[in-house]
Design a protein. Structure first.
Length: 49
């Protein structure tokens, strides 16, 4: 329980907010996994940047 909480605190709001794309892609990426998965967190942060 402490590990996901520490990751959230250290990363602040990265991966929570996003800006609209200027060009909408034909296909979108869909992520399926548990919310506190550390690998998913990294992808979500990069995808929403």
């Amino acid at each position: 329980m402490a590990t996901p909480l520490m990751a959230t605190l250290l990363r602040a709001s990265n991966g929570i907010q996003s800006t609209p794309a200027t060009v909408k892609p034909a296909l979108t990426l869909q992520l399926y996994d548990i919310e506190n998965c550390p690998y998913r967190r990294l992808v979500r942060e990069r995808y929403s940047a």
